[in-house]
Design a protein around this ligand. Sequence first.
Ligand SMILES: Nc1ncnc2c1ncn2[C@@H]1O[C@H](COP(=O)(O)OP(=O)(O)OP(=O)(O)O)[C@@H](O)[C@H]1O
Ligand SMILES: [Mg+2]
Length: 255
Amino acid sequence: MRVVSILSLKGGVGKTSVLLGFAGAATVRGLATLVIDLDPQGNATSILAAKNPASTAAEVLANPTINTLHNSLTECAWEIAPGEVDVIASSPNLIQHDAFKSAAAFKPRLARALEKLEGYDLVLIDCPPSLGTLTREALAASDLAVVVATPTFFGLQGAERAAEEIEEIRSSHNKKLKLAGILPNRVKSVAEEHDYRIREMGRIFSKQIMKPAIPDRIAFQQAESFGKPIQTVGTAGSREVSAIFDKHLTTLIRG
Ligand SMILES: Nc1ncnc2c1ncn2[C@@H]1O[C@H](COP(=O)(O)OP(=O)(O)OP(=O)(O)O)[C@@H](O)[C@H]1O
Ligand SMILES: [Mg+2]
């Protein structure tokens, strides 16, 4: 079972869209996938239409046992044969678990709950747009972290901070954690500024940039408004990004 967090300090860069792209790619391949939505905004939960969960990610953090985890697993309406996606839904109560804790006081809870989980090939964790306790919970429970960054000045700043946080959690709480890479998103091929920032990303993170980058495509909004995987949108743009997600999924699965 590979556990992957999708994060970035900056909001709106496409964390949730990238997570859903990977979940779609995994189901096309027939992988059993679990999405854990640790963002109190609950965007992944609403797209995946998790059906009335009896219990949510907030309960898992409040009481991190395998039983709470099992009670929180919810089937998702959003499936592409042959794979399947389950969800541990977000809840506004997650905010209570985002309060600052010093490194010494931070005792990972999600990692504890996931220790005994079986039956999934891939677990994807969606993070809020901050490096608070919820994102640290995700990192402490993960094998890999994907940092999503738009090719902008602020996007790059956010990626650098996220990479530092990954290193911090690796050294203090989770030796197995690795940065899978920085994934540039919403890249416009005609924008000179984007070309410049992509080269700058290359200088800062050298081999850690995931290539190819994700282009800016209307298929993301179409998938969102239909509430279905981008892999099923059926346009040239959706096929293009689906192939990119599939390629990067191979890297995630190899670790
Ligand atoms: N490659 C892309 N091309 C076009 N639109 C995109 C792309 N990636 C994301 N978007 C759009 O950008 C918006 C923000 O994306 P998303 O919600 O995934 O970002 P986020 O980082 O998860 O945001 P938040 O920080 O609020 O959780 C959405 O409307 C989404 O459709
Ligand atoms: Mg999001």
